[in-house]
Design a protein around this ligand. Sequence first.
Ligand SMILES: [Zn+2]
Length: 277
Amino acid sequence: MAQRPLTLMAVHAHPDDEATGTGGVLARYAAEGVTTVLVTCTDGRCGDGPGGVKPGEPGHDPAAVAAMRLVELEASCAALKVTHLEVLGYPDSGMMGWPTNDAAGSFWTTPVPEAAQRLAALIDRYQPDVVVTYDENGFYGHPDHIQAHRITMAAVELTGSPAKVYWTTVPRSGMEEFGKTLRELGVEFPEPDPDAPPAGPPMGLPDEEISTWVDTRAYGPQKFDALAAHASQGENIFFLRMGKEKFTELMGVETFVRVRDTTGAPLPEDDLFAGLR
Ligand SMILES: [Zn+2]
């Protein structure tokens, strides 16, 4: 029986999220012959415009920003050797509380079952063995990330087919080192204040709650290039300022929580496809 190649699908909210959270696994598994599918849910129109102009400022043209970001996304996919890029094209909802949250057709206001149907059709077409998305807080509370999580979990329910589903996360143990490096590079990254009330659910997880640690250091340069393809976005600049070597050192191991599994692969694991090959 001819074997179908293994397939990885990553579902992300905006152009550039694929690079920061899953650039390593996309590049690594593509190099191993896995078919990789990136689904980007929104058009990124609430991102920075050319010259760093912020949304809502004069000269910020959301349609032009979306067009620019699609070109960047395609360049990032080329760097990561993504096999198939699928853009759902929902209008970016902007950060939590922005008026764009409620704009007609925004991803955040799209009923979950409606968007989940579209994603389920892609799952049916590509038959991914592994699907990766965010946790229920969208990792850091962005409405489009939360919505990407919701539609992915709904689409997995609808299709029932992916053998494994993961949520991206970061180890809290690594965040201190990360903050220190950024401060050394002159980036404002607040020292943790033990007395301050938390602004939201804490980011990341204690090491023992992380099920899956994937070494992608060999693909650090590709991940860096993917992020560099999105250099129009101010928030990416501090990563790029690290340079490839430091970036790979800090961002070279990608971590996940396995939330669905039909393989019985023992945990912790170091491969999203453990139990499938
Ligand atoms: Zn995002």
